[in-house]
Design a binder for this molecule. Structure first.
Ligand SMILES: Nc1ncnc2c1ncn2[C@@H]1O[C@H](COP(=O)(O)OP(=O)(O)OP(=O)(O)O)[C@@H](O)[C@H]1O
Ligand SMILES: [Mg+2]
Length: 243
């Protein structure tokens, strides 16, 4: 496997003195972008409703145009939501969470999409603690981002394995795939905010996952070999807690 992607990238900058700037930008985006965006979506819905009372059966070019606008607004909305999740991560709400059911839920949630692409997804619990003190929603979100990346990089016939390790103290979850892997140029950049090689990618999946894991006092690392696959490993200490 190649070199582990280094820390100290853009994703970490917000933790330092730039944190206040990122938060100020986030507040601006929330107020100046998300609010009007929501108003646009609501008003477009009203427009569509009123037009459909005049034009029967949604016939006509105008509904196509409305559909396109709605789609663009949705993707902008997704982007803003992801950005705010990155820039203003909520403090983890810690409680004891059973590890296996959480991951089984995740496999059920994303399993159909994997099957639809002809990629197998399995969960292997080799050991580790039965329960951990975490924000279950956030942990699931972090692992989901890793599995989505694995799925996006893995062609038909490939495999993704979510593995709970037994060798270290605390909780170790590795997401392995047999996908395309990453080049030596891409790998060191994957934790940079907005770095993406995917069309339609936001480049916030890994930075968000890392922020969540670090907010629990843990680490997230990615190793990869081009053409062979990738493994993302998340480690939470035995007694996780917010930093
Ligand atoms: N399992 C993987 N296999 C191959 N490349 C990967 C994998 N995981 C991440 N990458 C690379 O790292 C980049 C950044 O990943 P990240 O999840 O942060 O953003 P993204 O997937 O591009 O967009 P999104 O914000 O929708 O998650 C990807 O564009 C891809 O180049
Ligand atoms: Mg991603």
């Amino acid at each position: 496997m190649g070199e582990e992607a280094g820390a100290g990238t853009g994703a970490d900058a917000a933790a330092g003195s730039e944190g206040a700037l990122v938060e100020a930008i986030a507040a601006g985006v929330a107020h100046e972008v998300r609010n009007p965006l929501n108003a646009l979506q609501i008003n477009l819905g009203i427009l569509e409703q009123e037009l459909s009372e005049i034009i029967p059966n949604h016939e006509g070019h105008v509904f196509e145009v409305i559909g396109k606008i709605a789609q663009e607004l949705r993707s902008l909305d997704n982007f803003v939501t992801e950005f705010l999740r990155f820039a203003r991560p909520p403090r983890p709400a810690l409680e004891p969470v059973a590890v296996r059911p959480l991951l089984e839920d995740l496999v059920t949630f994303i399993g159909l999409e994997c099957a639809g692409k002809g990629v197998s997804l399995s969960l292997v619990v080799a050991g580790g603690p039965e329960k951990v003190i975490v924000d279950g929603f956030q942990l699931k979100h972090a692992v989901l981002n890793l599995v989505l990346n694995a799925l996006q990089a893995t062609p038909e016939g490939g495999a993704i394995v979510i593995e709970v390790g037994s060798e270290t103290a605390g909780l170790e979850i590795a997401v392995r795939d047999t996908g395309e892997g990453m080049s030596a140029e891409v790998l060191p950049r994957v934790f940079e905010a907005f770095f993406t090689t995917r069309e339609g990618g936001t480049g916030l999946g890994l930075p968000i996952a890392r922020r969540i894991v670090e907010a629990h006092g843990g680490t997230l690392a990615v190793r990869s070999r081009e053409g062979a696959g990738t493994v993302a490993t998340l480690h939470l200490p035995a007694a996780p807690g917010p930093r």
